[in-house]
Design a protein around this ligand. Structure first.
Ligand code: HEC
Length: 207
């Protein structure tokens, strides 16, 4: 009988401690996160993601971009992320409060994408790197995501989204390469990746 009480107590303790660590503690730490208000401008940050960008986040997940790209900036003393100009401050929990899925990533075979929407603002640049990564440099070890595009006959005027390709990538005359709805959503997501607003808990790094 005594042993049984001990066993039950042990089981209770095991689940109790796990619950505290995996449910209660994260809840108390993160559930209370609110937007930050800039004292000078009154601007709220972070802003939620626009609708197409949120769809694009699912395309990002489905295509496994996070296997090679991270989305976090470390403090200066923990790594050279700021020195590589991936961001001007470290990222903190509040930066991710509106993300349905948080793509921190573990490997950095490619660049960190936390602020890729600050570095690049032209959708064409993103379309090109996704369609033909090697068109930017022959050494880029990123796979081509051709299924996010379609080659189609030009109907009347060429599409405004048609890719401006060079060399071997140029489609036959009379044809154009355009992003699919998924491709467009993914690029809307990439363009929305900007953590360039101030947060009091993560001051800008000083040189
Ligand atoms: C097998 C690894 C791998 C996968 C998977 C991958 N990439 Fe890349 N990516 C790279 C490498 C390598 C580079 C070039 C090196 C660099 O980042 O400058 C790169 C570059 C990029 C860049 C340019 C970054 C910059 O600032 O110059 C973007 C944007 C990008 N990838 C987006 C994506 C997206 C979106 C996906 C998913 C659809 C994806 N990548 C999947 C490896 C990968």
């Amino acid at each position: 009988m005594n042993r049984l009480t001990g066993l039950f107590f042990g089981i209770f303790l095991l689940f109790g401690v796990s619950w505290l660590g995996l449910v209660a503690y994260p809840y108390l730490t993160f559930a209370g996160l609110r937007q930050s208000k800039d004292e000078a401008t009154g601007a709220l940050a972070p802003q939620g993601m626009p609708g197409t960008a949120a769809q694009g986040a699912r395309v990002y997940a489905a295509n496994g971009c996070f296997y090679c790209h991270s989305q976090y900036i470390r403090e200066e003393k923990e790594g050279n992320d700021i020195g590589r100009q991936w961001g001007t401050r470290r990222t903190v929990a509040r930066d991710y409060m509106y993300d349905q899925n948080v793509f921190l990533g573990t490997s950095r075979l490619g660049a960190d994408l936390t602020n890729v929407g600050v570095r690049q603002t032209d959708p064409q640049w993103f379309y090109r790197i996704l369609y033909s990564p090697r068109s930017l440099s022959s050494e880029v070890a990123m796979p081509a995501y051709k299924w996010l595009f379609q080659t189609r006959e030009i109907q009347g005027q060429p599409s405004v989204d048609a890719l401006k390709l060079e060399g071997a990538y140029v489609p036959p005359s009379g044809y154009e390469v355009v992003p699919t709805a998924e491709g467009k959503a993914l690029v809307a997501y990439l363009l929305s990746l900007k953590k360039n607003y101030p947060l009091p808990e993560a001051p800008e790094a000083t040189e």
